[in-house]
Design a protein around this ligand. Structure first.
Ligand SMILES: Cc1cc2nc3c(=O)[nH]c(=O)nc-3n(C[C@H](O)[C@H](O)[C@H](O)COP(=O)(O)OP(=O)(O)OC[C@H]3O[C@@H](n4cnc5c(N)ncnc54)[C@H](O)[C@@H]3O)c2cc1C
Length: 330
């Protein structure tokens, strides 16, 4: 970070923050991306690097890792865009002409800020079961960062949303046997994924909820109770359990900042140009909310140029408006 004033500070280096950084670079803005994790890629790298993503324009399926590598390669084409990893924004204060950005690595100034911080510092919703804490990281996981870890194993996936269905399907080709346990009989995944699940070798156990984990001979005996009963238990013996009960958004940090944009369910309310109730404080990606918003990578990618171009118009009213990327690139 420098003592100069940045045009744009992007808080969050997930897929949307990365593309926003690239586009800001194309517009020759003085820009920095600040990311609290030690890697770029946000949820995609942290939660599902091995998943085949089907709904990003221009790819007939791309793994999370490959998508982030491509975003990084795109970002490399604008090397003047600064990236600060392992750096968490701890406070933002609005002054008359600039924002003061306090981080774990120092303070900087920026004329505009784009919040691309997803749901904030996210962490998985934990399994509430006996011995869950002791098994975490051993036989109990909340994400799949290395698919080969589960090769040839009997794996129990817990959860009933998109991500749980995705994980079960992701594990199916490498694991010995995948079982999906859910407390309801219905799954909330995309229709295509649910049909794929039905046609797969994934064993489905519903409506059961995990109550207890017992490690026996380096394997887990998983005790689950049938919903709406008191004493109808089953025991499944597996090597590993992967829980996908979703994530708990932790936007408490944002709520404690000096700058106070209007929020809705802890997300930043923005107008059609992605600007919050605080002038020159913008938000894109999962962090931004407006009527009809879908939290998808493609949606965030579309929001990025709109936010950046609006900021550039405001900061540099005399500059020519961009048309196509080829007319922007030197
Ligand atoms: C299992 C799963 C499967 C999914 N599948 C798909 C799919 O198939 N297609 C699709 O379009 N979408 C999918 N999504 C959703 C998609 O991942 C999100 O829409 C996307 O990641 C949003 O990107 P983002 O950059 O806005 O936020 P994020 O990816 O959440 O990145 C935000 C980044 O900001 C950082 N950050 C937060 N607070 C701070 C701070 N104070 N200081 C510094 N850094 C901070 C975080 O560390 C994080 O890296 C899936 C999500 C999950 C969990």
């Amino acid at each position: 970070m420098t003592n100069d004033v940045y045009d744009i500070t992007i808080i969050g280096g997930g897929p949307v923050g990365m593309f926003t950084g690239f586009y800001s670079g194309l517009r020759e803005a003085k820009v920095q991306i600040i990311e609290s994790l030690e890697q770029l890629g946000g949820q995609v790298m942290a939660q599902y690097p091995e998943k085949n993503i089907l709904d990003v324009a221009g790819f007939a399926g791309v793994s999370g890792r490959e998508l982030v590598q491509n975003l990084e390669a795109q970002l490399d084409t604008v090397p003047e865009v600064e990236r600060h990893l392992n750096t968490k924004v701890t406070n933002v204060t609005k002054h008359e002409d600039y924002f003061e950005i306090e981080t774990t690595q120092g303070t900087s100034k920026s004329r505009a800020v784009i919040l691309a911080s997803g749901n904030g510092a996210f962490h998985p919703r934990e399994l509430r079961a006996e011995n869950a804490e002791a098994e975490t990281g051993k036989h109990l996981f909340y994400g799949i960062s290395n698919l080969s870890r589960f090769a040839g194993k009997d794996v129990l996936v817990a959860g009933g949303g998109n991500s749980a269905v995705d994980m079960a399907l992701m594990l199916e080709p490498v694991a010995h046997q995948v079982t999906l346990i859910h407390r309801r009989n219905e799954f909330r995944g995309l229709e295509k994924m649910v049909h794929q699940l039905e046609a797969s070798s994934v064993q489905i156990v519903t409506p059961y909820l995990i109550q207890k984990l017992n490690e026996v001979d380096h394997r887990l005996q998983v005790e689950a109770k049938r919903m709406k009963t008191d004493d109808d238990f089953i025991t499944l013996t597996v090597d590993d359990v992967v829980v996908n009960y979703g994530f708990i958004a932790n936007n408490k940090d944002l709520e404690a900042w000096n700058v106070q944009p209007e929020l809705e369910h802890s997300l930043v309310k923005v107008n059609r140009e992605l600007e919050s109730s605080v002038p020159l404080l913008f938000s894109v990606g999962d962090q931004a909310i407006y009527p009809g918003k879908d939290t998808l990578i493609a949606t965030g990618f579309g929001e990025a140029p709109l936010a950046v171009n609006t900021i550039m118009k405001r900061l540099y009213p005399d500059r020519r408006l961009p048309i196509h990327s080829t007319s922007l690139k030197r």
